[in-house]
Write a protein of this length. Structure first.
Length: 567
């Protein structure tokens, strides 16, 4: 009984100690919040269940039953209100002296972090040195007007070819910068090897990448977080952007809605969404730090993605290739891979946004346990990862490539799905009549559906790992009462900033049923208007930028029109 009493006393003392540390830390933490806009704390992971909107909080990781969480002012105050005991943590960027490169020449050994001006110069230099296969593209600008840049690498770089679109992007958390340097080095390596090939596996795989894929590389997705005040150093890098918002909780979420974090879409988020929507990326990966593993969808759903087996396969390939170099690297969770929800749930993450809303396939890669690694270690991380980085890009050219046209050989906008297999928006769409569908080895019945055409199913389509299956599909016109717009009907503007006008003498004194569907086939707007004029205005300001399908019905006429919202 005495031992039990003393054990209870020790537990009580420990709890009181944690509380006292928390209270004593409040003043310096509040000072940090004023100066940096964020602080880091850790607490027992069981308390995550006590936070109502925890999915949208910036949980960094859960390890050994401890949760590491980044807090802005709002969430810090909520944590205090919930009376959750916590321990302050030191920001990763403040744990070491950072070796910075202040010129391109300083980066020759890839053992430094380029300052902001050097980063810009390196991106421009790569485009200048390899103009035939490399082009510099601007995604947008950050809150503090720093540039969000991407390099496009392809053999016909000035053209938009019907090839798989692949996107690598890093450091949307500004203090997770291993990928920042690795992405720059990857671009440089691909361009050099393709332009000066030598015998070996890398030359062959890089040749296929450049000639068969359109690759985009964005090394720094959160420049304001990486360079908080001073463009010359990342020594005070932080996770959030300049508005103290976690960009990887700021995207539309399949379960929690358009604004799961309760914040407006940030300039970086808006720019990235528009960039990705316009390019229809088939395969993408975003790079983080703080663990060593690959995280695959879903982050927001407990149920598995329809292509769960394929996600595990390509994640395992990446990690197995890493383990051939260093068996002790990337061993977190299931020996280097994890389902996102099984690790910890996230709402508003980019991975699920891309996979659900854009019908792409995205994986999140945690490159290093240490967020801001000593710069001297960057070449080590390159040697462990570069072959895996190349192999992942190459996966974009496998699976099914299909062409969908009508009897006049014109490309058709169509949905491609597999009955009794696809779920949760796992089907894909054609773009310019082309689609790519990544699948694990097996035999599938592929169904093609398009407005105005008869649905067609291609049975027993064989798919094999690391092989390409090509389908050429011709759709027959559908016989129905659907009538295309007559020559005197005008819908404008299209693209629209949110309000469109339908004009025609045909719609006077008509009851018009109006429906708008997103690319996932969900009805996002519905109204019935008793129109008395030759025009009708429709307010679609609540819709996010993207591609939609407008459906009008009046009398025995049905009208279908592709609509683009671009605010």
């Amino acid at each position: 009984m005495i031992n039990i009493f003393f054990a209870k006393q020790k537990i009580l003392q420990l709890i009181l100690l944690i509380f006292s540390v928390s209270v004593m830390a409040q003043q310096p933490l509040q000072l940090q919040l004023e100066q940096r806009g964020e602080v880091i704390v850790s607490f027992d992971a069981k308390y995550l269940n006590d936070i109502p909107d925890v999915q949208s909080w910036s949980v960094d990781k859960v390890e050994n039953d401890r949760a590491i969480v980044y807090l802005n002012k709002e969430n810090y105050n909520k944590l205090l209100q919930l009376k959750i005991p916590f321990i302050p943590e030191i920001a990763p960027s403040r744990k070491l002296t950072v070796n910075m490169a202040h010129s391109i020449d300083d980066m020759k050994n890839w053992d430094a972090y380029p300052d902001y001006s050097t980063y810009l110069a390196m991106m421009q230099q790569l485009a200048n040195d390899y103009p035939e296969i490399c082009k510099l593209d601007t995604i947008g600008t950050s809150k503090d007007n720093r540039l969000l840049l991407a390099l496009k690498i392809s053999d016909n770089v000035s053209e938009n070819e019907n090839e798989p679109q692949v996107f690598y992007t890093s450091s949307m958390h500004g203090d997770e910068l291993t990928g920042y340097v690795l992405m720059l080095r990857l671009a440089d390596y691909i361009l050099q090897v393709y332009s000066n090939p030598v015998k070996g596996d890398d030359a062959q795989i890089i040749k296929k990448i450049v000639e068969n894929i359109e690759l985009y590389i964005n090394p720094l997705a959160n420049p304001d977080g990486a360079f908080t005040d001073d463009n010359s150093t990342v020594s005070d890098a932080k996770r959030f952007n300049a508005n103290n918002v976690d960009l990887n909780r700021n995207f539309p979420d399949p379960k929690e809605g358009e604004h799961p974090d309760g914040k407006e879409w940030q300039p970086e988020t808006k720019a990235m969404m528009e960039f990705m929507e316009n390019r229809h990326f088939n395969l993408s990966m975003n790079f983080h730090g703080g663990a060593e593993l690959l995280n695959y969808p879903w982050d927001t759903f407990s149920q598995r993605h329809a292509d769960n087996g394929w996600f595990i396969y390509i994640s395992r390939e990446y990690v197995d290739t890493v383990h051939a170099v260093d068996a002790g690297y990337m061993t977190d969770k299931n020996n280097g891979i994890t389902n996102g929800y099984d690790w910890y749930s996230v709402a508003g993450g980019r991975q699920d946004y891309v996979t659900y809303f854009l019908r792409g396939r995205e994986i999140t890669t945690e490159l290093s346990d240490v967020k801001l690694v000593d710069a001297s270690e960057l070449p080590v991380f390159w040697n462990k990862n570069y072959k895996s980085l190349l192999n992942f890009i190459a996966q974009a050219q496998y699976g099914i490539k299909g062409t969908v046209v009508n009897k006049d050989n014109e490309p058709v906008d169509a949905e491609i799905f597999i009955a009794d297999y696809d779920k949760d928006s796992s089907s894909v769409f054609t773009h310019n009549g082309i689609f790519y569908r990544y699948l694990k080895t097996g035999t599938y019945n592929i169904t093609v559906k398009a407005s105005g055409y008869k649905t067609k199913t291609i049975s027993a389509v064989d798919v094999a790992d690391k092989n390409l299956t090509e389908l050429n599909i011709v759709l027959d016109d559908e016989t129905s009462i659907i009538t295309e717009l007559s020559s005197d009907v005008i819908i404008y503007p299209n693209p629209s900033e949110g309000i469109i006008t339908i004009k025609s003498e045909d719609i006077i004194n008509k009851s018009i049923e109006i429906s708008v569907f997103d690319i996932a086939g969900r009805n996002v707007y519905y109204a019935v208007e008793n129109n008395t004029k030759s025009y009708l205005n429709i307010n679609l300001n609540d819709l996010i930028d993207g591609i939609y399908f407008l459906h009008l019905k009046y009398n025995n006429i049905e009208v279908n029109k592709k609509l683009i919202i671009n605010k």
